[in-house]
Design a protein around this ligand. Sequence first.
Ligand SMILES: [Zn+2]
Length: 333
Amino acid sequence: MPQTVRIVSLLLLATLSGVALAQSSSGLTVVNTIPIIDRKSTLNPPSAPSNLTAHDNGIQYHGGPVLSTAQGVNVYFIWYGNWSSPSDRAAQSIVTDFIKNLGGSPYFNINTTYYDSGAGGLDPVRNRVNYIGSTTDNYSHGTALVDQDLGGIIEQPIMSGTFPLDQNGAYFVITSADVDETSGFCTTYCAFHGVDVLTPFRSIASALRSPSSVNVPVAFVGNPDRCPAFCAWQDELPTPNNNVAGDGMVNLIAHELSETVSDPRGTAWYSFNQKPKGQENGDLCQWTFGQTTNLPNGSFYNVTLGDRNYLLQRIWVNALGGYCSLSWVNGAN
Ligand SMILES: [Zn+2]
């Protein structure tokens, strides 16, 4: 997929050059996308990197911040479009249950192998995910979105006070199946994470001691019902929770949230060992699932959180030489 390679590389270069994070009145920058998986032409899932060197774990630190505050990452959902059908509501329940049970799990604990340096030394990502809440957006920017529309969609509930302006937050825009993202959803990517630069009201700015603008982590998660063969691994029923969109979205959210905490601005943890350059901890293992277990309904899963089973991609462990895994527990896999 040469086109995918080109776009990911360009976006990363823009971020690294500093152009992307230049202060402006408002603007959204994509840090990293999840490329679609074209299973018609890819019989085997992509393999993890094998050309590791002895002195690192296959993913390198580039000096920027991770999300490492002690209270963990705060997650906000914006359900964009029409989520009124029974199937849509079921998808919302699956995704909400997933995020409520993700923090503290052996799966999310993989992200604690990533760190930056704080006042007291190395400051790791915490195994905490706080689901703060959700809101809805009834097509405020229509059904054909561009990247900058996402900035506006995220800013609206912040400006209205529905959500706080939270630099430790991860704001997810999740779209209904009739909504496109014209920069490449379903043609080159399924989801992405990035940074939105907001200029807060003066009172908020002074409270944050931030004179002009604030960077907040954001993510776009497209609806796999729009292109299930490209963005859902189990692309027709049955799926673990009998919902192609919901079961597909949790996998995309797992990827983007892991990358948001370990590399929120595209300046912290990514690998140059593989092409395309700039692979983050989700990218290194994307569309690989490890050991799976069959369910009575004919589907399969690999992670249980709360009362539900999910099929989640593996995440790169930044320890023991580096590898893809579904868990990290007390210094072992
Ligand atoms: Zn990614």
